[in-house]
Design a protein around this ligand. Structure first.
Ligand code: KG4
Ligand code: ZN
Length: 386
């Protein structure tokens, strides 16, 4: 049997997750405990609460991952855990748990960057489908609650490196979804509910000005595909706080506050509101506003990513992270990328949002290379991906 049975543990934000993956390509289990009910009353993730909830969930979630995979802890070849980026207190729960398992069982430990995990979620599923042909250069859009980042990824003899060629200057796309949902009294998290509501609205009803970024143009060497400026001056930046402010302005000019307050009050009485529950509380102009907002974000993400894909002459595009679960983003990317001739790959919806299978998958090349974590490694809230 192939070596490389890896137990992954992920606790960077508001999901406690554990998974068992063999050789970076065979998903044996994927357990995720959502902290939805803990954070819902606050309309967003409360860091202290997240750490406490991870502590409660971590042991049962790891047990479930092992039981579902039908493996014993002693059979595992390595334990992989998210080192960052994320909430420091939340990360520490996963890291401390992973360390104690590794210490007690004398297993090697692998520290994984959460963003690298999102990229490897795509690789895991493609390999599982038997697709091993990966053409480089590869451009990955990691679009989640905390990140809107573009990376050029390279693999040489199993060793992966990443160059950041664009990032958000303010709000991440997922954060904008969450903040706008909160602003409109639609509940938390905002992405899935806006995704569902937008299907019932007119995406052309409200005009949002295109996102304009001021800055000096960056020069890219076509030969080396490297920026001729430092990597911390990226070329394809995003910005979504302006869209959020435009929604706020629309709310004020259209006097929507009373109905938003009514909706938020009605939803607060429902334990776990469905998208249909929310939709029944929205009038058509609100659905149109939501659809227009989503279209604005999606268009900007797709256009900038495809512009970067052209600039770097990429052969493969990955779109991953929580917002990659968005239906309109997927269909728009598929349509536009097909026109430009670049194949685009997404993870399944289950592996788009935070999970530990992606952590176990990203750890596998490091396991093969003997790139293990030191016993004293710790959480890094702003860990960069390189
Ligand atoms: O990757 P993820 O689970 O956690 C982070 O690393 O941030 O992403 C969570 C983000 C949240 O902002 C959530 O609103 C957004 O992903 N999201 C979506 C959808 N599902 C989750 N955004 C748009 N459409 C969705 N269907
Ligand atoms: Zn994530």
């Amino acid at each position: 049997m192939a070596k490389g049975l890896i137990l992954g543990i992920e606790s960077s934000c508001d999901e406690t997750a554990a998974a068992v993956v063999r050789a970076g390509e065979e998903l044996l289990s994927n357990a995720v405990a959502s902290q939805f009910t803990a954070h819902q009353p606050y309309g967003g993730v409360v860091p202290e609460l997240a750490a406490r909830e991870h502590l409660r969930a971590i042991a049962p979630v790891v047990r479930k991952a092992l039981t579902d995979a039908k493996v014993e802890l002693r059979d595992v070849d390595a334990i992989a855990v998210t080192q960052g980026p994320g909430l420091a207190g939340a990360l520490l729960v996963g890291i401390t748990y992973a360390k104690s398992l590794a210490f007690a069982l004398e297993k090697p430990m692998i520290a994984v960057n959460h963003l690298e995990g999102h990229i490897h979620a795509v690789l895991l599923e493609e390999r599982q489908k038997g697709n091993r042909e990966l053409r480089f250069p590869l451009l990955a859009l990691v679009v989640s609650g905390g990140h809107t980042h573009l990376y050029l990824a390279e693999e040489k003899a199993g060793h992966w490196t990443y160059q950041n060629v664009g990032h958000t200057r303010d709000d991440a796309a997922g954060e904008a979804f969450d903040k706008v949902a909160k602003l409109l009294g639609l509940g938390y998290p905002g992405g899935p509910v806006i995704d569902a509501l937008a299907k019932h609205g007119d995406p052309h009803a409200v005009k949002f000005a295109p996102v304009q970024l001021k800055g000096t143009p960056r020069n890219v060497s076509k030969k080396t595909q490297r920026l001729d400026r430092p990597a911390d001056v990226p070329a394809f930046d995003f910005s979504y706080s302006g869209m959020k402010t435009a929604v706020l302005r629309h709310v004020e000019t259209h006097d929507l506050r009373p109905q938003i307050a009514q909706r938020a009050e009605a939803l607060a009485k429902v334990a776990k509101p469905t998208a249909d529950d929310v939709r029944r509380l929205c009038d058509q102009p609100t659905l149109d506003l939501v659809a227009s907002f989503q279209r604005g974000i999606v268009d900007d993400l797709v256009q900038k990513t495809l512009a970067a894909a052209r600039e770097f002459d990429v052969a493969t595009l990955f779109v991953t992270g929580g917002v990659a679960a968005n239906s309109e983003l997927r269909t728009t990317f598929e349509r536009e990328a097909a026109q430009s001739g670049v194949p685009v790959f997404f993870p399944s919806r289950k592996l788009s949002t935070d999970n530990a299978a992606m952590i176990a998958a990203a750890a596998y090349p490091k396991f093969l290379a003997g790139d293990l974590a030191e016993a004293e490694f710790s959480a890094e809230a702003s860990l960069a991906l390189r």
